[in-house]
Write a protein of this length. Sequence first.
Length: 91
Amino acid sequence: MAAQAGHPLSEEETLNLERGIPGIAAVATQAAHFRALSAGRSVLIVEGSNLVEAHPDGSRTVIRQAAPRRKVAKGKTITMRRAGDDASPQA
């Protein structure tokens, strides 16, 4: 529900809208995955502990072992490095 001009959303309305974001993001990610495959492009996915290239013909190629997932405590801030940077990530 969008707010009308001059009538901002209440905190409850905002929270209700924000609760839907993960579902919308999941659907959008899945749609992008299938659009890429339909366009004849490969996509990279994680299967188990491997980074896998999924091809449009349905075949899969293991690229390498995926980096372990990083567990972060709620409220903790982490700094990630960009690919290609020489600096190590900070915990």
